[in-house]
Design a protein around this ligand. Sequence first.
Ligand SMILES: Cc1cc2nc3c(=O)[nH]c(=O)nc-3n(C[C@H](O)[C@H](O)[C@H](O)COP(=O)(O)O)c2cc1C
Length: 482
Amino acid sequence: MTDWYPSHTMVVSYPKIIQGGMGVAISNWHLARTVSMLGQLGVVSGVALEILLVRRLQDGDVGGHIRRALEKFPFRDMARSALEKYYIPGGKAEDKAYAAIPMHKQMASKRLHELCILGNYVEVFLAREGHDRPVGINYLEKIQLPHLPSVYGAMLAGVAYVIMGAGIPTQIPGVLDRFSQHQPASYALNIVGSQNGNDNLTRFDPRDFMEGDHPPLERPRFFPIIASNVLATTMVRRSNGSIDGFVIEGPTAGGHNAPPRGQLQVNERDEPIYGERDVVDLDKIRELGLPFWVAGGCASAEKLREVLEIGGNGIQVGTAFALCNDSGMADEYRKALLQKAVAGTAHVVTDRLASPTGFPFKVAQLEGSLSEEDVYLSRTRVCDLGYLRELYWKEDGSLGYRCPSEPVEIYIAKGGSETDTIGRKCICNCLVSNAGHPQIQRDGSVEKPMLTCGDDLAEIARFIPEGQTSFTARDVIDKLLA
Ligand SMILES: Cc1cc2nc3c(=O)[nH]c(=O)nc-3n(C[C@H](O)[C@H](O)[C@H](O)COP(=O)(O)O)c2cc1C
């Protein structure tokens, strides 16, 4: 192993606590590093790391972390070229927009793939810096176009676990196998209107990017996030490589939730109602013989004990880590949510319309954020990041891209239905704003935040030590292991 292929120690025991991946950059390298150094599994979010790389460089790379990581990146010309293009010493002027980068497409530009490789490498490298504990990365299956260069970048930095939800990630295990040998891989995309003969693959060949020859990479373990027994069995039977464990997530978890099974029923706040059919049978999961962690409202020592007693390996926790001092959530929003929790006024809505994915999305109610109707309606619709765009075949046989959160008339012109645009929010922009890097749009408006948290937000003040006003990742772990 050379200097720039840091090896993660072979995992001999599993963690009891997985700090859930939280995009965008809520579980950033700092949080994941802190959790891993405390002996549990820290997981960085792998979502939109190419945007974050550019924005952090344009903010002047405070602390020099990005440049320090790029120094160690094996493909020197690639790192140098990104630095030359995006780094602004001292940071951009506050009222200037961040540089735009191209949106993902089936055939993406080489520059965009390079930014994905670099962004993922940097995040994992920094999370692993200065210790030898494993670190994981989390992706959303639905955001398919960046998968290949992103996973390769994370593997170059020695990521030990890839954890993926929001879809059926049967193709990922094979990708991990191939990239460990620097072999090319392809990924079949979900495209509306696909027929036999359509080219629905996105492709990536590490050798188009490598500078010189490099030794094989370690193959990370792969954990799909599932919300049903059927999906667990499908993953085991139909994946193109090995599955190493499961995260089983219930509908109280932060971020996106799986929709309820059967005919949709809603409560008086228009939230989906979950029932018996949505409960995962953990006995059946255990019979699959793989390790598993349970997520969604599990952040207590009692729940951890319960899971261990029934043969699980532990819990995955999100909201508690999102609200701790080590989280990547911008301070002003984290403090505001924490204050609400202390005052007993914190409230999370399961919004079934907000996310362009169509999945229910947990939205913490916060003044000035897009959770408020007037703030949402005052935003001029624009789609300039495009992670959640749906792919569709056009009549002329070419591939189209559309998002129900983009300007309504454009979405309709692309064959989308007006009904699908109602209540849809630009999750891409607001999630980047949540992490403190809001874009300034052409009309001078600053993209507003919209925070996601699990139902656990209401009770999160239980982690605040007596006499203090906030808590750390260490406080969370100590309490869970108590
Ligand atoms: C702010 C936030 C962002 C999240 N983003 C993601 C994500 O990008 N991918 C994912 O798989 N899960 C995401 N989650 C879910 C967490 O990883 C975790 O499974 C969940 O929060 C556990 O439930 P809890 O919040 O009740 O602890 C997110 C959760 C939060 C609170």
